[in-house]
Design a protein around this ligand. Sequence first.
Ligand SMILES: [Mg+2]
Length: 261
Amino acid sequence: MKKLIIVTLLIMVASCATVKQTTQSAEEDQDHLILATLWYQKSAEMRALFYQCFRNAEIALAENLAWAGRVKPAAVVLDIDETLLDNSPFQGWQVFEKKSFNNDDWFRWVELARARPLPGAVEFTRYADSLGVEVFYVSNRTVQEMGPTIENMATRGFVNADSTHMLLKETTSSKVERRALIEKDYEILLLVGDNLADHSGLYEKRGSDYGFEAVDADRHLFGTKYIVLPNPMYGNWLNEIVRSAPVSTEHEKLLNMLEGF
Ligand SMILES: [Mg+2]
């Protein structure tokens, strides 16, 4: 009987080890990220675009600030990831390791607190601050990631890198409620982000037209109240495509969506 129990235990241990090993070695090709990540890391066009967007942000902010109808103090709201901080080394790591996004790996990257600032980002927050505009960060980094995020941003010289000005994700990814919280005491003059959900709740669900109609209807807001930064690596735009595509591999899903002639 004792022998049987030991054998059973050994089998259980062995099967657990097999399961763990399988989980760890499960590889998922991330090659679709290569070109987008390379563009982000190595194209001068990307740098120029960031400078262009933040310069536009400065002009728009100064113009909006001059508007006389404001009754509350002015604020600017910025997203963090791929707006102010460059996390593209995480995407590069995903390609090397053949790992799709998961929260544990992401947290390990965040904890390193070594994301570089994007071109023009630090300067823009300082410019807004110099005009007396309150700078807020509304990000879907989680509240558990507050410490290393503050460390990362403070080290890089961003203004207001503190828990009062950083509204991170508690339960919901939607940023609508967090923006409403700021709007109780401030008037948001400008919103800056790489994902349209950073600007308005209207763009959270893209629908069958990928949100094109909603964006077309708001065209007057882009460059005046909304500043959109380029992110070809990930975002709601991609989630929608992957979700709506028929069940197949990631590569096939993306290929299915391509337009040709
Ligand atoms: Mg972002």
